[in-house]
Design a protein around this ligand. Structure first.
Ligand code: ATP
Ligand code: MG
Length: 584
């Protein structure tokens, strides 16, 4: 069965019952961005053609596209030509197994070159590609493969035996499993990739995909509940390409490192597609976070643009600034962050430590690409996510008499909304039409995040709508409270929730993880309460502070406030398939 029937144009849904949707962005058009790409030689648009083959046909084939660093520090470099040949081979393998347009190729691999070859090769063959985070256990894998009716899985023998073999036969849609390391004695019903690749031709006639053909399926992080499967089309490459220039300052001579795993949308949009369409050399590190290793990579590979996440930045802050001085980071020109609010403290720290600040930017799995950013040409405001990129129209909205209206008064909290129309917007939540339609009203796409816009047009994240706290008539965003506590030198990480209170409605409770070597004490607890009160005033400051060694986080590194709250209130924990690190 094909998914095509599920595709819904966001603009059309948003336009329904709308009065005021004729405002145009004047100085930039997506058509203009489209013209920066080539399109397939005989018509159509394909992400991989723009990311890989286009460079080869423009004489840039010898340039290094991907420099991979193995766990043990082995290096494998692939030029754009290598990548072209390998993805052609992979696409031929798919074709030889009878896979093509309309099929769903899933991948369960760590950050190894085969993952990148499989992703790009699948798109060439016209299949939809869905990367799964390799640390998922059997249940989250099964759930995501069932929802997406996976037809083919690329994985390793170990993952297959541990995470799939016991239930594989229950998934009727799954026709083949291909093992990247499978050699002599393969488990029953699997193929080895090497043998298939050996026999495959290096030339391939790319499937003529249209801009609206399905390309990628990405599941959301599951921070607020059950993950949603966001469907993206080939046209998304237009946004990946241009937003990489606007928000990450990507140029062809850059050495770019995006630390996100392709199991999450950042690791695909900006960990595969955008750096390649922009002709950079991208770094891929197989290993997990380690401060010293990261600084060594930045130094040894002369990284010029670095894209990472607040959770990693906070871990680097924990380790401190001294270690940074042992490395030569003089090539580093631009640093950006996404995934969670970036506390002002982190921006200030980075400016001091690296001589340049992290540029915060905001987007979602649903938006497919960066929407709001402290971009290159503008002054960074610590704590702000920046301004909408060209081509993106954002607004702060509220419901009034059943209809949405835009809040124009500066610094007033409302829901962050976007006018649909950019190419990387999702076209569906897979098999959840109702949930999808609910994201749109009166010409807007509703993000589910609350924010405000200051008089200069900068956007400030306040909290997810679900995480907001109502205390004595005040609407309190967790981010503000968390950022104030982060300023205290003892604090490494903090999450804030609202708990019911008979008088105030809710009161603010903070869960604090301390920096290494700092012991919790009643005295420190009082000090933090006092610090917060001084910074925020008694109405907003937490009434309770408790210490934890670790806060519960998703595998994409986001603090799961809803889980702290459910536990606090003795409620069911809900979907915790993406939970990585437990509360301790
Ligand atoms: P789910 O939708 O399943 O609950 P999720 O929203 O965490 O999970 P993602 O799409 O990975 O899944 O994350 C997008 C969300 O992350 C945004 O809606 C926002 O809440 C948060 N976010 C991302 N970047 C920023 C940022 N720069 N500042 C504040 N929040 C951010
Ligand atoms: Mg979300």
């Amino acid at each position: 069965m094909s998914w095509d029937s599920i595709l819904k144009r966001p603009e059309e849904i948003a336009r329904a019952n709308l009065r005021d949707y004729d405002r145009e962005v004047t100085d930039f058009s997506w058509d203009q961005a489209r013209s920066l790409l080539d399109g397939l030689p005989d018509g159509g648009l394909n992400i991989t053609y723009e990311a890989v083959d286009r460079h080869v046909s423009h004489g840039r084939g010898d340039k290094i596209a991907l420099r991979w660093i193995s766990q043990e520090n082995r290096i494998r470099a692939l030029t754009y030509s290598d990548l072209q040949k390998l993805t052609n081979k992979f696409a031929n393998v798919l074709r030889s197994l009878n896979f093509g347009k309309g099929d769903r190729v899933y991948c369960l691999l760590g950050r190894v070159p085969d993952l990148y070859i499989a992703a790009l090769g699948s798109l060439k063959a016209g299949a939809a590609f869905c990367p799964l985070f390799s640390a998922f256990g059997p249940e989250p894998i099964k759930a995501r493969m069932s929802i997406g009716e996976a037809n083919l899985l690329i994985t390793t023998e170990r993952f297959y035996r541990r995470k799939l073999a016991s239930w594989r036969n229950e998934l009727g849609s799954l026709r083949h499993v291909v093992l990247v390391d499978g050699e002599d004695t393969l488990p029953d019903g699997t193929f080895g990739l090497a043998a298939l690749m050996d026999g495959a031709s290096e030339t391939f006639n790319i499937e003529r995909t249209a801009p609206e053909d399905i390309a990628l399926l990405h599941f959301t992080s599951g921070t607020t509940g059950r993950p949603k499967g966001a469907v993206h089309v080939h046209a998304a490459v237009i946004a990946h390409h241009i937003t990489g220039q606007f928000a990450l300052d990507l140029h062809p001579d850059d050495i770019f490192w995006c630390t996100a795993d392709p199991g999450w949308v950042t690791g695909t949009s900006y960990g595969i597609i955008s750096p390649l369409t922009n002709g950079t050399t991208m770094i891929v590190d197989q290993a997990e976070f380690d401060a010293e290793r990261w600084y060594r990579i930045l130094q040894d590979h002369k990284v010029t643009v670095w894209y990472t996440a607040p959770t990693a930045i906070r871990m680097l802050m924990k380790v401190g600034s001294d270690i940074v001085r042992q490395f030569d980071l003089s090539h580093l020109r631009y640093m950006a962050s996404v995934g969670e609010p970036l506390n002002p403290e982190a921006v200030v720290w980075s400016a001091k430590t690296f001589g340049k600040p992290f540029h915060d930017n905001w987007w979602q799995t649903e938006t497919g690409g960066i929407m709001i950013s402290n971009y290159q040409a503008m002054e960074v405001r610590p704590g702000s996510m920046g301004k909408p990129l060209p081509g993106v129209e954002a607004g702060i909205v509220e419901r009034h008499d059943g209809q949405l209206r835009e809040i124009t008064a500066p610094s007033t909290v409302g829901e962050l909304a976007l006018r649909p129309g950019w190419p990387s917007m999702m076209r569906a939540y897979l098999h959840e039409e109702e949930r999808y339609r609910k994201c749109f009203a009166d010409g807007w796409y509703l993000s589910g995040d609350l924010a405000m816009r200051d008089a200069d047009g900068y956007y400030w994240f306040v909290g997810r709508a679900d995480d907001m706290i109502k205390s004595s008539g005040h609407l309190i965003g967790p981010f503000e409270v968390e950022s104030a506590l982060m300023e205290h030198p003892a604090v490494a990480e903090v999450a804030v929730i609202g708990i019911p209170d008979p008088v105030a409605g809710e009161i603010v409770k903070a869960f604090v993880a301390l920096k290494a070597g700092i012991a919790s004490s009643e005295e420190l607890r009082m000090e933090l309460l006092g610090h917060a009160r001084k910074r925020l005033g008694p109405a907003v400051a937490p009434k309770e502070v408790v210490f934890r060694q670790n806060l519960p986080k998703t595998r994409s590194g986001k603090i799961m406030r809803r889980l702290l709250k459910a536990r606090e209130l003795g409620l069911p924990e809900g979907d915790i398939s993406t939970l990585e690190s437990e509360e301790r």
